[in-house]
Write a protein that binds this ligand. Structure first.
Ligand code: SAM
Length: 289
């Protein structure tokens, strides 16, 4: 079987099975290409036509196993491949942490243009999971030091694997902490993607999301805003003067704004899709309490 035929056949099976694509890919064809290219270690920068060839029996057998797990167990492609791409960089990815998909990738790609006047010297990626946000930031700003913090020891073990993958041990460190409780630094930039899904929403999520750690999804409270609200209450004093907090709260953005009516959150627009991410400066946080 040729590569092109194999992609068409698997995409057809995925469509018939009604799999859900929501982990950084929004359609079945792209999900299929991601799985096939990843499994065969093809070059994502080159087209299918350029790499079209007859597949070896062992390659077909591997793709068959992966396609079956995708359809029958609804395991997302990134977990099957144990690899994900974020902000143009490759990361190890497994069920110890959520699959990277934050719209913050676009902000990092733009080096936070219009949001920051100078490069950050110290960055905290709070609720870091596998560390994609903080590590991408360290790669974008070669002069900065980054802390990756999470309450989950398992997520931090994956984050350390990713630090090693990008050879960033000298500038990026991990910290186990319940939000700021075990952190003692002050930062120029805090990037936080805490859990923000409500209990009701979690129960309605497609089966693919059940493979992700619940700790990374459930934000607590009726609207899923408890962890983000606690983070906002504790952030004062953790940012340097002229510092910036960028906080992702997804669908719970409105509910969070209602809990902090006087905080002038700047809700950001994204060209590549995504919503519910706000920026708020040290000075604005100081005035709003
Ligand atoms: C939405 S995931 C984000 C992961 C990663 N930043 C990303 O964008 O892919 C949220 C993360 O917050 C962590 N977390 C949950 N409660 C926490 C808390 N109280 N303190 C610190 N981290 C927490 C979870 O373990 C999970 O890794």
């Amino acid at each position: 079987m040729f590569l092109t035929d194999c992609i068409e056949q698997i995409a057809g099976r995925f469509t018939a099975a009604g799999i859900h694509c929501g982990h950084g890919v929004d359609n079945i064809y792209d999900e299929t290409v991601y799985l096939v290219f990843g499994a065969l270690e093809l070059d994502f920068q080159r087209s299918i036509a350029q790499q079209n060839r007859e597949l070896a029996p062992n390659e077909i057998a591997r793709l068959e196993r992966l396609a079956l797990a995708r359809v029958e167990q609804r395991i997302p492609a990134a977990y099957l491949l144990e690899r994900a791409w974020f902000a143009g960089y490759e990361f190890y990815c497994d069920p110890r942490a959520l699959i990277p998909r934050s719209p913050m990738a676009e902000l990092i790609g733009n080096r936070f243009e219009t949001l920051m006047d100078s490069e950050p010297g110290t960055v905290l990626d709070l609720c870091c999971g596998g560390g994609c946000i903080g590590i991408a930031c360290a790669l974008a700003f070669p002069g900065c030091r980054v802390e990756l913090a999470d309450i989950s020891a398992e997520a931090l073990a994956l984050a350390r694997k990713n630090i090693a993958l990008h050879k960033l041990e000298s500038r990026v460190a991990t910290r186990q902490s319940d939000l700021f409780a075990d952190l003692d630094g002050r930062y120029d930039l805090i990037l936080a993607n805490p859990p923000y899904v409500s209990q009701t929403e979690i129960e309605q999520l497609p089966p693919e999301y059940r493979h992700e750690p619940r700790l990374g999804l459930h934000g607590g409270g009726v609207h899923g805003t408890n962890i983000a609200a606690r983070l906002l209450s504790e952030v004062t004093g953790r940012l340097n003067p002229n510092g910036l907090l960028i906080l992702e709260t997804g669908h719970s953005a409105k509910a969070l704004q209602a809990r902090f009516p006087t905080t002038p959150f700047l809700w950001l627009d994204f060209e590549n899709g995504g919503q519910g991410v706000c920026a708020v400066s040290t000075e604005q946080l100081g005035k709003s309490y």
